[in-house]
Write a protein that binds this ligand. Structure first.
Ligand code: FNR
Length: 410
């Protein structure tokens, strides 16, 4: 990504801004009030969300000087090396794209645009179960890219649907399974409630596929309702009731309101023969339970503050979780990452990799595939330059020693 930096030195105006703090307000201008409410909205009064962002200001990066730069074999300058290994896979950057559902809400090109952009930059794309595009179509768009699948784990009476989703994901080349534990029911999200907004049955979104492409789900639906899931685009009463009923049925299966048990993880291990990562871990006790369950990783995440209010910042919780389990499993991180310095701080506190969430969805709203690519490249470029200027030549050097706590300074 050094080319991003070099391109910035030329005088042409870029099609999208490099000012990461502007992606959000510019995206807001392109979205309807209810779609904006969905993407930006948070649980309760938004305090978990606010703390996620604020936490990054509690730590500061202390640069080292006169650190020799890397060079290639001909002695040419190379900026810092951002390559790393996560879940046994070699990555160009310690960055992946967080699972974000129903992306056609933000741009008609939806997940296909995001998955193409991910592949072109070389970052893994995590596809949500709540995708508005089938996992096979997303896989085709992602091509040779790295892709991981995020599961909203159906209730145990629907194991056959879970097995179908896992088999399809394996077949379509998704190489790791992310199981989200914090969304067994959708959070108390005042903005969506004010807008009467359910992203899965919103009238603008008839035709959104969610899990409807799954043959086992469709068979279950037909048996229960006596008619097929009808995903026809359009506004006819049948299409509306077909999709509405299917969305409601799907919601009951994946967001039933009661959580799974730790023992249920074994079922996924039986049916998935790759790394499993539990997303939504916020406590040391749960990190230890995840380790005991034998999974390969966790994502320290609070869903961007969208699930429970009054929570701690994920960055604040990260060090103690890393201390408890970091030597034995990969600890990934999300919620609040907005720029290269944020990535550095999360890595320095022990994360192996961060997930970028809202910023790329804003990019999607701003400019489809190009917008997503711009946002991801900009964060990667910012990360490289941050490491280079602070004297960190590779990811191993991004450790606790490069940070100070602001509170300790005064
Ligand atoms: C999400 N997130 C999410 N997580 C998940 O596991 N499955 C999903 O389908 C979704 N969908 C989703 C939609 C939208 C609009 C947002 C903003 C987020 C959570 C996501 O993966 C990630 O944890 C957060 O986005 C991180 O917070 P920030 O950094 O985006 O604020």
């Amino acid at each position: 990504e050094q080319s991003v930096f070099q391109a910035g030195l030329h005088s042409a105006r870029p099609p999208f801004t490099f000012q990461s703090n502007l992606w959000e307000p510019l995206a807001k201008d392109t979205l309807s009030a209810s779609s904006w409410g969905y993407i930006h909205g948070n649980a309760g009064a938004g305090s978990t969300y606010a703390k996620n962002l604020a936490a990054f200001h509690h730590y500061s990066i202390v640069p080292r000087r006169n650190v020799p730069s890397r060079t290639d074999k001909d002695g040419n300058l190379l900026f810092s090396d951002t390559t790393t290994t996560v879940l046994g896979q070699a990555l160009r950057f310690p960055i992946a794209m967080a699972p974000i559902g129903v992306q056609k809400i933000f741009n008609e090109a939806g997940e296909v645009a995001s998955a193409k952009a991910a592949a072109s930059v070389g970052v893994p794309y995590i596809l949500s179960t709540a995708s508005s595009t089938s996992m096979e179509d997303v896989a085709a768009a992602n091509g040779d890219g790295k892709r991981w699948y995020q599961l909203y784990f159906p209730t145990r009476e629907h194991d056959e649907i879970t097995i179908s989703l896992l088999n399809r994901a394996k077949k379509a080349g998704y190489t790791a399974l992310f199981v989200t534990l914090d969304t067994f029911v959708l959070g108390w999200r005042p903005s969506d409630m004010d807008n009467g907004y359910n992203p899965f049955i919103h009238p603008d979104r008839i035709g959104v596929e969610i899990g409807f492409t799954d043959p086992v789900f469709r068979a279950h639906f037909k048996q229960k309702h006596g008619y097929e899931v009808d995903e026809t685009q359009g506004t006819s009463a049948t299409a509306l009731s077909g999709i509405g009923a299917a969305a409601q049925e799907w919601t009951k299966i994946v967001f039933p309101g009661h959580p799974h048990s730790w023992a249920d993880i074994a079922f996924l291990q039986e049916h998935w023969n790759g790394p499993i990562v539990l997303k939504g871990i916020q406590s040391v006790a749960d990190a230890r339970a995840a380790l005991k369950a034998g999974v390969q990783g966790i994502v320290v995440s609070n869903h961007g503050g969208r699930q429970h209010d009054g929570g701690a910042s994920t960055l604040g919780m990260l060090p103690r979780i890393v201390e408890a389990v970091g030597s034995e499993m990969d600890v990934l991180f999300d919620s609040g990452v907005r720029c290269g310095a944020d990535v550095v701080k999360a890595l320095a506190l022990g994360a192996k990799c961060v997930l970028i969430g809202r910023p790329y969805a804003y990019g999607l709203a701003l400019g489809g595939e190009d917008g997503v690519r711009h946002v991801i490249r900009a964060i990667c470029g910012d990360l490289i330059m941050n490491m280079h200027l602070t004297g960190m030549t590779c990811i191993e050097e991004v450790n606790r020693d490069i940070l100070v706590k602001e509170d300790d300074l005064f």
